[in-house]
Design a protein around this ligand. Structure first.
Ligand code: C5P
Length: 232
């Protein structure tokens, strides 16, 4: 799979998203549509962005009983996105059901990746609030293995975990990694950040980049810089 930069289109409306994408006249970046934009603009935004020629990672992080997730995934598969996701915490049966739902009658389906442990959960919260004992990193690896065993294509994780995940689940198991910042850029609310070049060295397959591109004075130049450091 070719390495690529996915722009997190964390905008509140369809208009703001189209205005942003209109700035890209020469390339068609891979875009991530998350809950905010999907809930605000509905499935139509997915169809429109797809029609414009972009690849789409639909980041809705499903987490429910297997039957519900299967049926929801069947609906999402009709949107013809390239990557969907769910929470590995929903369990192996839920992840298997998700694949069944996502698979179209002709056998094709979008890639499906799992969120392991949210980066907003640290060791202390995991132990005290979720009552999960042991090291956070071991939980992340267990969830990644569960995802692999359920037949998923990869996980969302920190670039710092990409090597470990590949070691445990195989080089072909995708690591999609947010928490990316330019060496000379602002960190914002991200705690553990990595440059695009370092993410490449660490083995990430896709980097998800939001504000370093969307809030840049020249988003197209920022996107090109990411591509040059990470993918080209
Ligand atoms: O603006 P920024 O580059 O921090 O955006 C990162 C994107 O990746 C956001 O859409 C955020 O929700 C998402 N994300 C993340 N950390 C995770 C999972 C998703 O930052 N563990």
């Amino acid at each position: 799979m070719k390495k690529d930069v996915i722009i997190a289109c964390d905008f509140a409306s369809a208009e703001a998203t189209y205005a942003f994408l209109d700035r890209f006249t020469e390339e068609k970046p891979f875009v991530k549509i998350g809950m905010e934009l999907f809930y605000a603009a509905g499935p139509e935004i997915v169809r429109e962005i797809k029609k414009r020629g972009h690849k789409i990672f639909l980041d809705l992080k499903l987490h429910d009983i297997p039957n519900t997730v299967k049926k929801a995934m069947a609906v999402l598969s009709n949107l013809d996105v390239d990557i969907c996701n769910l929470h590995a915490a929903g369990g192996v049966d839920m992840m298997k059901a998700a694949i069944e739902g996502l698979t179209r009658p002709d056998g094709t389906r979008p890639l499906l990746i799992a969120v392991t442990m949210l980066t907003s959960i640290d060791q202390d919260r995991m132990e005290k609030e979720l009552l999960i004992k042991g090291r956070l990193q071991d939980t992340v690896m267990q969830y990644a293995e569960n995802a692999k065993n359920a037949g998923l294509d990869g996980v969302v994780c920190s670039p710092l975990e990409s090597g470990l995940v590949h070691g445990r689940c195989g080089e072909g198991f995708l690591t999609v990694t947010p928490g990316i910042r330019f060496a000379d850029g602002a960190q914002g609310d991200q705690q553990r950040v990595t440059t695009p070049a370092r993410a490449r060295e660490l083995g990430s397959d896709f980097i998800v980049v939001g504000r370093p591109i969307t809030a840049a004075e020249d988003p197209v130049a920022a996107y090109r810089r990411c591509m040059a450091e990470f993918a080209d």
